[in-house]
Ligand binder design. Structure first.
Ligand code: CTP
Length: 393
């Protein structure tokens, strides 16, 4: 998304200024080039030399009169302007059209997308003047990320921490992503479920949740409102995605049935445990009791949704051992899904907990085999196919 993009980064006088170094590294890892304008105050918190070493190409500029025309040249050559961290002072001046330093002048000379990541004490953030300035900027299309709530540099807790680096970078990726899922309400399930034998032991499977989380993140990036219903998973929740945490298949079933009516796209990616103990014991059982444990079949959530009078466009998953596409096709037909994603978990790079996946997409028009790719790219390809099918072909 950011490959080849030219990003202008403004750093202002907040204690979070040192985090700009990681932001620069992250943006460059994505293939973007980063040029930097600092304010005089920001140099109290991070040195121009550190930023220059991290950023290159081109020197870090901050003085309006030492670097003639930088307030025009730098923005003219940029695809995106990010201010991180953004202080109340810089925000206020930007909202009022003031250009009394190089950064604020460059902001006024920039005609492309702007992302600001505010960072300040929570009282300053809550101040009505700051809030009014933020509204003013939002009304002109400026994108805001954060601030987040947590411990602040002053020793207090509250909303004022600069958004995380990945959050800022994700906002940048979104700027360059066509918003072809805007207006869609996407419901995604992910991860395994846990079926408790007793308070200590459970039946589950090897699903990590990575594929489902990648789908939720990709759909959000394309402008959809996304709800993620997830079994236990260590993956970070994508920004801007409403997340519902469940443990058992029954909880997942309930969460899906509550929300599916409001959805326009349903992606059942979770690896629901097929069996559960007939009853969960209230106390830890003797191990001798386990081999004779009685199991029952769990509800089949996808099958249940197929019986609804009105169901959104529905996608199921079929993780098999071996190239058993016929089995995936049968599941797709039995569960009346519009599309199924097949993968052979025994293949190198396509198994559980892997960062990559190799899938075949099955729909009413046939099969499309994709090469082994990072799960984020697989998710993008699946959403491409879904949007094309929803448009009729
Ligand atoms: N699924 C579901 N509820 C279940 C089991 C599966 O909603 N109790 C969904 C999965 O999320 C997936 C699809 O059904 O989208 C196929 O799941 P899979 O486990 O491959 O198939 P099963 O129907 O469970 O058949 P089997 O385990 O016998 O292969």
């Amino acid at each position: 998304m950011l490959k080849g993009k030219s990003i202008l980064l403004g750093i202002t006088g907040s204690v979070a200024a040192y985090k700009a170094i990681d932001l620069i590294k992250g943006l460059k890892n994505e293939g973007a080039s980063v040029s930097v304008i600092m304010t005089g105050a920001s140099k109290h918190f991070v040195t121009t030399m550190s930023i220059e070493i991290a950023a290159s190409p081109g020197p870090v500029v901050w003085d309006m009169f030492e670097t003639r025309m930088a307030h025009i040249d730098r923005p003219r050559n940029a695809d995106l302007f990010i201010i991180a961290p953004a202080t109340a002072n810089t925000i206020g001046k930007y909202a009022c059209g003031i250009a009394d330093n190089l950064l604020n002048a460059a902001l006024l000379a920039f005609t492309g997308p702007v992302i600001i990541a505010p960072a300040m004490n929570w009282r300053m953030w809550q101040n009505p003047m700051v809030q009014k300035n933020m509204q003013q900027l939002a009304s002109t299309g400026v994108i805001t990320v954060g601030p987040e709530t947590g411990p602040l540099a002053c020793g207090e807790e509250g909303q004022g921490r600069m958004a995380g680096i990945e959050t800022i970078i994700e906002a940048a990726r979104k700027v360059f992503t066509p918003q072809d899922l805007a207006g869609e309400q996407v419901l995604v399930t992910a991860g395994p479920t846990r079926e408790y034998i007793d308070p200590v032991r459970y039946i589950s499977n090897r699903s990590s949740g990575k594929m489902g989380y990648a789908l939720a993140k990709a759909a959000r990036r394309r402008g959809a409102a996304v709800t993620l219903i997830t079994g236990p998973s260590a993956v970070n929740v994508p920004d801007g995605v409403e997340t519902v945490r469940v443990e058992t298949a029954s909880e997942m079933q309930q969460a899906v049935m509550q929300r599916i009516g409001d959805s326009s796209l349903f992606i059942m990616c979770a690896a629901v445990a097929d069996f559960a103990p007939e009853a969960t014991l209230p106390e830890k059982a003797e191990k001798s009791a386990i081999p004779s444990l009685k199991l029952r079949l769990n509800p089949d959530i996808l099958l249940e949704t197929s019986r609804l009078a009105k169901r959104p466009f529905t996608v199921g998953f079929s993780a098999e051992t071996g190239h058993n596409i016929a089995r995936a096709k049968k599941k797709m037909s039995d569960k009346k899904a519009d599309m199924f994603i097949f993968n052979d978990v025994t293949k190198e790079g396509a198994g559980f907990d892997s960062e990559t996946n190799e899938v075949t997409m099955i729909d009413g028009h046939g099969e499309t085999a994709l090469p082994c790719m990072p799960k984020e790219e697989v998710a993008a390809a699946i959403l491409d196919r879904i949007t094309s099918l929803k448009r009729g072909g």
